[in-house]
Write a protein that binds this ligand. Structure first.
Ligand code: SF4
Ligand code: SF4
Length: 499
């Protein structure tokens, strides 16, 4: 199942033990801490690529675990949002997230009853066609949890139209010091593998390749067992584990294209079109299988509480939980330093942990002890250029942009920056190179409500996806079907079977 070949990137930094920062080298061997049960959640309606969803609850409403609280506006590229707790809606207000996104947010105070919507239940048959898979995944509000936030159904649809051969599972933790994806692979390998197989079938791909770091070989046993089990339901799919040398950042699709296929993708080119493959984060695929097998929408995620602190943990967090409650649950008492919303390389320092929520894309909260960052002019050490995974010279590009020479910066390749954060992280002079370069690179691309559509060579049918119904109403009315149980759900992909 594993080829024995080892793949690598040419640049990026190597770490002896990427978990040393937390002084927790046994991090991924510990059990996943239990779920946080917050006193309230603040659920933003835009946590994804696309336009904001629209609240479908009002102040005073009682909501249940798994209930859809915001829906995509008709005909728009957007995604549903669900509650991970039960309780009462106390406020709907505008919020500005640390990444600059402004949207409505729904505040729900927890009644601690954890009462769930009845539609969360085991689905007995996996005889799903592409349309069913896309509909369920879209209605479950699933987007790329590795940080990109592209609605997953849209990505599957794009891959299907590009006739991809291979689904790649990104189980390479993209940044050091957090282990949420590794924890998913350790605790839920069966969900990831089944999710990958179902997505591969929906894309029309015949192969699933799971990408893991050679340092995480201890995960291979669980993955291999999961593959053996998945073969019963997906015998037309072949599986392979591909090992990578651990080098940060890792798992970005353009880096993967280069390492696996030797293809240098421009920002405008897609893995689907150029390499006949599509890449999904392992946490995304785990969420897909939860939705497909148990009708569970995306309402929780695994978050690493990490950093230069006494302890580090992974915990299951309802989306919308304030960062302050995550820190408390993660047993983090020393928060004298900056609190970072996200990972150590690409995360954003936040001022107000009480009012900043975990969103679908937050895989870590990093706390860094207060330290005096040196601030000097560039000392021309060359470290940023040596480590940039895209082969850029960040110090030169930074100076060009600072001096108002965008054309020259473009000639230096600035548009190919992937915003990985390595250059800022590694600079001994404390120069924040990434924000300026990454912003310039982003300006050159089409960022907006329908950018996925613009970046594809075909027209994506917005109307065809995410407009089937809410997840809890995902049923078809087949004429003449007998249904004695008023609470039964008729499965459109089960030959009319009811559960
Ligand atoms: S943020 Fe951009 S310029 Fe800096 S190391 Fe990463 S890819 Fe290179
Ligand atoms: S790492 Fe910092 S100090 Fe060294 S060359 Fe780059 S910008 Fe200059």
């Amino acid at each position: 199942m594993a080829s024995g070949k080892r793949y690598t990137y040419h640049k990026g930094f190597l770490s002896d033990n990427a978990l040393d920062f937390s002084k927790r080298s046994s991090f991924i061997k510990e059990i996943l801490l239990e779920r946080v049960n917050p006193t309230k959640v603040i659920i933003p309606c835009k946590q994804h690529y696309g336009v904001s969803a629209v609240p479908v609850v009002k102040v005073g409403d009682e909501v249940k675990v798994g209930q859809c609280v915001a829906m995509p506006p008709k005909g728009k590229f957007s995604l549903a949002v669900h509650s991970g707790i039960s309780g009462r809606v106390t406020e709907i207000r505008d919020i500005k997230l640390p990444n600059g996104i402004e949207c409505p947010a729904i505040v729900i105070v927890n009644d601690m009853k954890m009462s769930r919507v009845p539609s969360i239940r085991h689905r007995e048959s996996m005889n799903l066609d592409s349309k069913d898979v896309l509909g369920i995944i879209s209605n479950a509000g699933i987007c790329g949890l590795g940080g990109e936030g592209i609605p997953t159904a849209a990505k599957i649809d794009r891959a299907r139209r590009a006739c991809v051969d291979e689904v790649l599972v990104n189980a390479l933790q993209s940044e050091p010091y957090s282990t949420s994806d590794l924890m998913i692979m350790s605790e839920y390998p069966g969900y990831v593998v089944m999710g990958a197989a179902a997505v591969a079938r929906a894309c029309g791909a015949k192969k699933v390749s799971i990408l893991i770091s050679e340092k995480r070989k201890m995960l291979a046993e669980g993955i291999t067992t999961a593959i053996t089990n998945a073969k019963h339901d997906f015998n037309e799919i072949s599986f392979e584990i591909k090992y990578f040398k651990e080098r940060f950042p890792q798992g970005y699709y353009r880096l993967v294209a280069k390492a696996l296929y030797g293809v240098n993708l421009t920002p405008e080119e897609t893995l689907e079109d150029k390499c006949s493959a599509v890449l999904f984060n392992c946490s995304t695929l785990c969420a897909c299988w939860e939705a497909l097998s148990e009708n569970v929408p995306l309402m929780n995620r695994v978050v690493s509480v990490t950093g230069d602190i006494a302890s580090g943990h992974n915990i299951i967090v309802p989306i919308g939980t304030p960062v302050s409650e995550v820190l408390a649950a993660g047993k983090t008492s020393d928060i004298s330093g900056p609190v970072v919303w996200g990972n150590s390389l690409t995360g954003l320092a936040i001022e107000d942990p009480e009012n900043t929520p975990i969103i679908k894309l937050t895989n870590a909260i990093t706390v860094i002890r207060k330290q005096e960052t040196p601030r000097t002019p560039c000392i021309h050490c060359g470290l940023c250029a040596q480590n940039c995974p895209m082969g850029l010279s960040p110090h030169i590009i930074y100076e060009m942009l600072k001096q108002g020479m965008p054309k020259k910066a473009e000639e230096e390749g600035a548009r190919t920056c992937i915003s990985c954060g390595i250059c800022s992280y590694i600079c001994p002079a404390g120069i924040r190179l990434t924000p300026r370069i990454a912003q310039f690179a982003a300006e050159g691309r089409i960022i907006g409500e329908n950018s996925l559509l613009h970046n594809t060579s075909f027209k994506y049918e917005i109307e065809g996806i995410g407009d089937l119904s809410l997840l809890e109403d995902y049923v078809t009315d087949k004429e003449g079907s007998a249904n004695d149980d008023p609470d039964a759900i008729e499965l459109p992909f089960d030959g009319g079977k009811t559960v």
